[in-house]
Design a protein around this ligand. Sequence first.
Ligand code: CUA
Length: 336
Amino acid sequence: MSGVLRKLGLAALLLAAGCVRTEPPMTTLAPKSDLAAEIYRLFLEVTAWDAFIFLIVVVAFVLAIFVFSTRVGEAAPPSSVASDLGLEVAYTLGPAFIILMISIPTVSAIFRTQPPIAPAGSLHVTVIPHQWWWEFRYPESGIVTANELHIPVGRIIRAELKSADVIHSFWVPQLGGKRDVVPGQVNELTFDARVPGVYLGQCAEFCGLSHANMRFRVFVETPEQFAAWEADQKGAPMPSQQSSNAEVAAGARIFANSPCTACHHVAGVSHGYVGPDLSHFGARTTMAGGIMSNTPQHVAEWIRNPDALKPGAQMPALGLRGPELDELVAYLESLK
Ligand code: CUA
């Protein structure tokens, strides 16, 4: 018996541990942008209408059970009326009215959040989802990054969504979405974030084996923080084969002569764009589609066997081991 209790206690503990939040919440109920606030308002409106319909149905149901039912020993009532024009008109017009009341604010919100022309002064960001990671390009500054989108608070963001392969969906519950990203088509999303913070995003359209591993983060920063980030990103990555750190310098040589260069861009070193741009990889907090923190241990695990961490990952295992692997990791982490 005590064994069972112990197991139950352990299960309760694990369940409670699952509730401890170590990441920002993925909720649509705490909106932090104009778009998310609009979606939240629509949600409340629709819920109110739903509650109203639910109430009518419950009242009709209770009346049918307790008032209009035949009691034991009673004769069955005569057959019900064949038609009642007033009733039929009421139950056609009633739902049509409710749908109209829901669709007017919904459709106007859709059009308001994707105007054909970007609002003046907006920051342009090209969002390119790939199987299974996110590429973010800033056409005005030339910055390219992956899985971590930085934006300034209060400025209108004009996102152009272009898929690199299949249909994905851009979704940051606290900032807005979901907007599908369809190959061969550019979809837009316009929003402004109102509260600085880190917000979690997730692909919201099934896009293959690692769809669930296709996450990202949005860093909403003060204008000063954003300007500092921009300045860092525009600069050349610091270390090189001439780095004073021997491990980093050795790693730089390994990278420059490895197949990594065919797929990854590092400013001044390689020009691949199949995988994420690594020019400032070390400055990111997460990696591999945002599924893990960017630590030397995780980077080494990833290089050893990407497929084990993200099933279906297009990056092959390169067979690097021992000191060579450590040197390559040191180099990647030094790219700030
Ligand atoms: Cu991309 Cu699901």
